[in-house]
Design a binder for this molecule. Structure first.
Ligand code: DC
Length: 232
């Protein structure tokens, strides 16, 4: 890789580890496209809910539906917007209903294959920073840089609580902590593409770091990597 090639930075980690905030900042600083893979799984979950389908049972209809639907991610100064068949579903995909079902939907291999294909399409011909659970292990196993973010459960719940409060969603802290813990367990223990650190991913514990500090570290690591590759 040299600095003029398209590059891929994969940022994985559990819910609330700061992935999306940090990935967005890193992408902006490096002039790359930010892609939130979780948003795609959430949009698929919304589709499943709207059509009253069951993720464990209705694989074929869900895959058909998915293939005939468009999901677009649109980054602007005002944030990242997600469109499902042209409709802005940015807020709806963060609802409790979607959050409660998204792990089950994303456990389905056939659905994952379609979503992974879409992620590859979205990342074609440009530099991207993508966040998720399996970006460094499955979606882009040859990513130029892989980061795995962690933070304590309490800290992750605190961040999500604040984030939800800012969007006007009131949820009890202990219930939120339990929901995050349940989702982590589900995402880590599933057979297909589980949440796990790729062997060559750099582990960053963000419990005591703010998002600027984390993005500084990632940009520094990337700059050093690019320099090493240019000089070698
Ligand atoms: O990042 P998030 O919390 O918005 O992701 C929602 C869910 O989507 C998460 O609980 C698991 C699933 N997901 C996944 O299985 N693989 C990814 N690459 C990204 C998200």
């Amino acid at each position: 890789m040299d600095l003029h090639d398209n590059f891929v930075i994969a940022i994985d980690g559990p819910a609330g580890s700061g992935k999306s905030t940090v990935a967005k900042m890193v992408a902006a600083r490096l002039g790359a496209l930010y892609l939130d893979s979780g948003a795609l799984y959430r949009a698929v979950t919304l589709l499943v809910l709207r059509h009253k389908l069951a993720p464990g049972r209705d694989t074929d209809p869900i895959v058909e539906l998915l293939k005939s639907s468009t999901i677009e991610l649109n980054n602007s100064d005002k944030g990242t917007f997600i469109f499902l068949d042209g409709e802005d579903v940015t807020s709806e995909i963060r609802s409790q209903e979607v959050t409660a079902l998204v792990s089950e939907v994303s456990e389905n291999l056939a659905i994952r294959e379609v979503v992974t294909g879409r992620l590859h399409d979205l990342a074609q011909f440009r530099s991207v920073v993508m966040d998720g659970r399996d970006i460094g292990t499955v979606v882009f196993p040859a990513a130029d840089l892989k980061i795995f973010l962690t933070a304590s459960l309490a800290e992750r719940a605190r961040r999500r609580h604040l984030e939800l409060q800012q969007c006007g969603t009131v949820i009890e802290f202990t219930a939120l902590q339990e929901e995050i813990s349940r989702r982590d367990k589900y995402d880590s223990e599933r057979k297909v593409a589980p949440l796990k650190r790729a062997e060559d991913a750099i582990l960053l514990d963000t419990s005591n770091l703010n998002s600027i500090q984390v993005s500084d570290r990632i940009v520094d690591i990337f700059a050093k990597l690019s320099m090493d590759l240019t000089t070698n």
